[in-house]
Design a protein around this ligand. Sequence first.
Ligand SMILES: Cc1cc2nc3c(=O)[nH]c(=O)nc-3n(C[C@H](O)[C@H](O)[C@H](O)COP(=O)(O)OP(=O)(O)OC[C@H]3O[C@@H](n4cnc5c(N)ncnc54)[C@H](O)[C@@H]3O)c2cc1C
Length: 390
Amino acid sequence: MEAIPTRTDPAALRLPAAVAAAFPPSRAAGLARLAGVDPAMYARTRNHLRGGVTRLSPYLTHGLLSVPEAIAAVGADGKLAQELAWREFFQLVHAREGAGILRDRFRRQPRLAPDAGPRRLPRALVEGRTGIEALDAAVRSLVDTGYVHNHARMWLAATACHLAGADWRAGAAWFQFHLLDGDLASNALSWQWVAGSGSAKAYLADQANLNRFADTRQQGTFLDRPHDDLLAGPVPEELLDSVELDLPVALPDLPPPTLDPRRPALLYHPWGLDPTWRADEDADRWLLLEPAFFARHPWSATRFAWLLAAAASVPGLRVAIGDAREVLANRVAAAQRGDAAPVRHRAHPAAAHWPGPRDPLPTAFAHRWAADAAPRSFSAFWREVAPRGS
Ligand SMILES: Cc1cc2nc3c(=O)[nH]c(=O)nc-3n(C[C@H](O)[C@H](O)[C@H](O)COP(=O)(O)OP(=O)(O)OC[C@H]3O[C@@H](n4cnc5c(N)ncnc54)[C@H](O)[C@@H]3O)c2cc1C
C-alpha cells in the first residue's frame, strides 16, 4: 500500500486562491485570527456550521501558533479552552502510545463490513454524491478548501463507519490527505472516537441533527429515520458501491539538507513551524520532510503548497527532503564528541525517531498529566489537568 512519493517541482505546487484566502499561510494570519476569537460566542454557537468557530486548526497543527498562546488569548476555562485541551489530550495519547494510535484503541471497530479495507470508502461519499446536502457540501469543502467544521467531520465519519461499515483508517487517510490541519493524533483518534473503537459509545447522527446544525430541510434520505433505527436495516443503497482511495503524493523535489559541521543547526518538522523557538540564536534552520512519512500518510499538493508558504514565517528556514535518521545520526554523534556544532529539534510524537537532543513543545495542560500511561478518556485527562474551578 505504501507508494514511493513522486517528486514535484516545488515551483509547480500552487496554493489555490480559495485556500490562500480562507487560510493565509503565515503566523501573522494565525495571530490575527486568534485576536478576533470571541470565546463566549464560540461556546454558544460552535456546534452550528455557521457558528463562531475559530478556524485556528491549520495554524495549531503546524506549530505556527501554540496552545499556550491560544489559551493566553482566550482564557483557561470555558468551552474553547476545553476544546484546545482535546488537542493536547490527543497529542499526549500519541506520545505515549506511538504508532499504536493507528490500531483499534479499545475494541475492534463495531460494524466493520466484511469487504472493508484501510483505503476503501463508499464511492458516493468520496465523490460528494450521497444526495445528503450537508454531507456533500462537507466533502466539497474538504477537497476545495482543506477545512471541514467539526460537526460535519463527525457526520462524514459516522456515515462512513456505521452506515457503510468502512474501516476508520480509510476515512482517516482521506481526511489526512486533504485537511490543512491534518494531524496524525487528532485525526486518527477522532475517527476512532466516532467509529467506537476508541470510545465507550459510537457516535451517530440522524437527518434531523444535520438539518438543525447545517440549516438544511431534507427529508426521506437514508439518515431520515428515528435515531435508534439508523442501523436497523441493510447498508443504504447509496453507500453500497465503494472505491479504493487514490491519494497521490507530490513531494516537493528538493535535495537533502547540507549541514555545515561548524554551524549550529535547528531542525524543524511540519508540526513545529514556530518562529519564536530559539529565535535569538545564530543557527542554520532546516525544515525536514521525510519521504517515508508521506508514503504512509499521503498529503495533497495543496497541503504541501500551504506548508511551504507557511515555512516562510520562520526567518531563514530552508526546506529539505530526507530521512531524519540518515540526516542526523552522524551529525549528532559528531556533536556529542565535540567534533561538530550542536544540532537539535523540537519534540513531537511523529518525530519520536529523530536522533539528538530535543526541546519540548509548549503545552498548556498536558504537562500536568503525571501518569506514564496515556489517559483512557478525555474526561479522565481533563479531571486531572483542568484549572481548578473550571
Ligand atoms: C473525524 C474527525 C477528524 C478530525 N481530524 C482532525 C485533524 O486532523 N486535525 C485537527 O486539528 N483536528 C481534527 N479534528 C478535530 C476538530 O474537528 C478540528 O480540530 C476542528 O474542527 C478544527 O476547526 P477549528 O479550528 O475551527 O476548531 P474550533 O472548534 O474553533 O476549536 C479550536 C481548536 O481546538 C482544537 N479542537 C477543537 N475540537 C477538537 C477536537 N474534537 N479534537 C481535537 N482538537 C480539537 C483544535 O486545535 C481547534 O483548532 C477531527 C475531528 C473529527 C470528528
